[in-house]
Design a protein around this ligand. Sequence first.
Ligand SMILES: Cc1cc2nc3c(=O)[nH]c(=O)nc-3n(C[C@H](O)[C@H](O)[C@H](O)COP(=O)(O)O)c2cc1C
Length: 272
Amino acid sequence: MRLLGFSCGRKMGNSEVLLKEALMGAGESGVNVEILRLLDLDVRPCIFCKLCLWRQKGPESCVIKDDAAFVWEKILDSDGLIISAPVYSLTPPGYLLQIRDRAFGPKVDVGFMVGRKKQKAQGREVFVDERCFKTRAGAFISHGGSVTSNWLSFGLPMLHTMTFALKIAVVDQMEVLGTGSSFPEGVASGPVGACLNQGQVVLNEKAIARARELGRHVAKAMGKPAAQMGWMGDEPGMCPVCHLNQLTITKKNLIECPLCGISGELKIKTVK
Ligand SMILES: Cc1cc2nc3c(=O)[nH]c(=O)nc-3n(C[C@H](O)[C@H](O)[C@H](O)COP(=O)(O)O)c2cc1C
């Protein structure tokens, strides 16, 4: 069993400290763990060149020659994925989303793969990778320098956009506040302060223990059928599927999860 960890912050930074702790937790049950430090990779943006040789012939045929095919191989070889990312301007860093657009999204979409499989059976030249149908467990660690949670608002929701196309079953997610500002003028400079924050989360015992637990949860889920993995995070969350608390409310009182699209009717009860 292979568990892959994406470290999306600086070398030896807070993301990496939390990720290593999670992977050590997972390693206790004997799974093989591996870290990819995304800042070490060269992954350029998808230019939507219309041809998409990747989708026709596979990642090696992509017109952009960079590390995206390498990342894809690592993902498809894995049985689990933990993404640990800082928050930059309320969302995960842009380079992580760039990797999503190159190696996740439509390229791994299980629904699209089913369609392509049918096309292939009809003799069309399309690329199908059976590993897309493998069951995987996943978890997210989102953290930021702010000490108020609104500054981390789109961290976790955007991390879900990394995994939903591949139908990775997210079993846990955590947020850590106050991992430090990167700017000397930062108002939310965390307990140690500006510029001294590289890896300072190691001093946050609660966050470290929680990251280790998150890793154990992923290891526990790996290899099980998706329906048996279950949610192991702290609070179930408003959305029963993604366990996120962002919901869209329309004028007609339709309530919808912007991520998975599960919807229902909002009933307003006036209490006198
Ligand atoms: C460009 C940039 C934007 C940031 N924006 C936010 C933010 O919106 N909210 C927040 O809580 N922290 C923000 N931070 C702080 C980082 O999330 C924080 O320093 C984090 O610990 C860095 O992670 P690392 O040590 O893994 O690199 C920002 C940092 C940078 C460099």
